[in-house]
Design a protein around this ligand. Structure first.
Ligand code: ATP
Ligand code: MG
Length: 268
């Protein structure tokens, strides 16, 4: 069996008048951390929206563990083990922190309405599991002490962490993180990077796809990087290959990296 957990073939999204994603291909292997970078409007979130089932592709194929999922909805994707965070937070603000995580984990429930209403053993057993998993996810993200707080009242940086905890509560096989450090201060984002590394260490089978603008973060964390511009993938490779790609430097990274490399060469 292939160790590819996700294969994207000719994936395309045509909005009215905008070709946001234009026949891209990606191959993600199980247990690795991937980066997806590119300038604003390159199409990164649109790719994640299609992989997570929040947006149906106009064309192309998405295979998750060898199964076609491009025509299925987001609930199916979540059940299959694909979890994602949103660039703009989508928490249930009026629920507690714990309930936000429990609601996410319930995606895998097996009990039916009758079992729930009559409080049958399977319902009780599953509910207990959900709340244990949710707590565990909050602990991993260091926010378990806020379990009973209303999500809206959490400071912004912790709300971002709760978004990730909600993903972890479903014990995903593929975790899609759309700019998880957006709006965080440098200290918070450094902590987040360490936590993502920790999550990966504790769950070596989990595949992570990270959209992130901070190049230092991407270069440090990701084993393989896709670079998008105007809806296409203009380069892909290891951090070193991306760092050295002239195409990427001129299209995306701009002069800053070129200058840094010149300085680096001079100082050698
Ligand atoms: N629902 C939509 N309807 C129409 N156009 C859209 C829609 N969503 C995105 N677009 C357009 O598709 C293109 C890609 O957008 P997308 O949000 O995927 O970019 P991005 O790489 O995530 O950018 P950013 O770094 O700013 O988050 C942009 O031109 C955007 O305006
Ligand atoms: Mg985006």
């Amino acid at each position: 069996m292939s160790d590819k957990i996700l294969q994207v073939k000719g994936l395309t999204q045509q909005f009215k008048g905008v070709l946001a994603v234009d026949h891209i291909n990606m191959d993600l292997e199980q247990g690795r951390i991937y980066g997806l970078i590119g300038t604003n409007g390159a199409g990164k979130s649109t790719v994640v929206n299609m992989i997570s089932g929040n947006l149906r592709p106009t064309d192309g194929e998405i295979l998750f563990q060898g199964e076609h999922i491009e025509r299925l909805d987001a609930a199916h994707h979540a059940k299959a083990g694909i979890a994602r965070t949103f660039q703009n937070l989508r928490l249930f603000g009026d629920q507690t922190v714990l309930d936000n995580a429990i609601t996410a984990s319930q995606i895998s429930r097996k009990y039916n309405l009758v079992e729930m209403l009559t409080y049958l053993p399977r319902y009780r057993r599953e509910e207990k599991q959900f709340s244990e998993r949710a707590y565990e996810a909050l602990r991993t993200m260091g926010i378990d002490q806020y379990a009973e707080m209303q999500a809206d009242n959490l400071p912004y940086g912790l709300q971002r962490r709760l978004e990730i905890a909600r993903c972890l509560a479903i014990q995903p096989k593929l975790l899609l993180l759309d700019e998880p450090a957006a709006g965080m201060n440098p200290q918070e984002s450094l902590q987040l990077v360490n936590d993502i590394r920790g999550i990966h260490k504790d769950n070596p089978e989990m595949t992570i796809l990270l959209i992130e603008h901070d190049m230092k973060v991407v270069m440090n964390l990701c084993e393989y990087i896709y670079v998008m511009a105007s809806g296409t993938i203009i380069a892909e490779g290891t951090p070193r290959q991306i760092y050295e790609s002239e195409e990427v430097i001129s299209a995306y990274l701009g002069g800053s990296v070129r200058n840094k490399r010149k300085q680096h060469a001079k100082s050698q």
